[in-house]
Design a protein around this ligand. Sequence first.
Ligand code: FMN
Length: 253
Amino acid sequence: MARYELQRNLLKSNFIEFKKIKTDKMKGIQKPPIVKPYDPNSTIIELPSVSDEAVKHASIFDCIRDRRSTRFYSQDSLSLSELSYLLWATQGITATNKAGLTLRTVPCSGATHSFETYLFIQRVEGLQEGIYRYLPVEHKLLFMFELSEMDQKIDEITLEQPFVPNFAKKAAVVFAWSTTPYRSEWKYDISAHKKILIDVGHVCQNLYLASESVGAGACAIGIYDQKLIDEILELDGEEEFVLYLAAVGKKRN
Ligand SMILES: Cc1cc2nc3c(=O)[nH]c(=O)nc-3n(C[C@H](O)[C@H](O)[C@H](O)COP(=O)(O)O)c2cc1C
């Protein structure tokens, strides 16, 4: 069908066309920042250093086997150590390569890591409710602002959910990953976009497995209001926009 054509083409490899293109990197244009800059006067929150102490299910086998999309949560909060671990598991930096690019707990095409992690925090011990951004280089949190009636806003953002209506607003934390496509386009030009979509899947899968390992559950969310969440997070919707969400909370017994 004609209306599928464009969308299906995005799924295919265009490496041969890409090889004919002179990318911005080849043109000698300066590499974009590897992470989004921030105002050093912002409120910055230290995160506990990451260790496997938070992990209850030590076995990766158990986590892979038991992982399910979890849409019912207890009222329990996540501890700050658990949140720290989930952030590290999804975007934590574990090394830097010779080109100065970050290597993280998730693979990423060309190590371009075009994502930022925003958090809608409702129940994390020691943190006030609000919108936060993860700073992966520092492994810290940046407090952005309070959001009144956050649960209602999450509900509006996540539209009509087909499996369990309104589940996301009851999560302890909703992760929202944005992409800044140019971080990848600079290097991969027309091949960047398929790679970005694949890359973000790895991030969310690590959230599922890491959540499982601390007795929490996650659920990916692809159904959301693009304009509304970009507006709430103060993203321009072109150079940076939300790509994927996931709700996390402690499992109900
Ligand atoms: C890209 C993607 C988007 C998804 N979006 C939603 C969503 O908006 N709402 C929801 O309840 N589940 C969503 N899910 C979860 C799937 O429904 C779930 O993975 C699927 O039903 C299989 O169940 P399981 O994860 O428990 O194995 C999404 C999963 C993926 C991978």
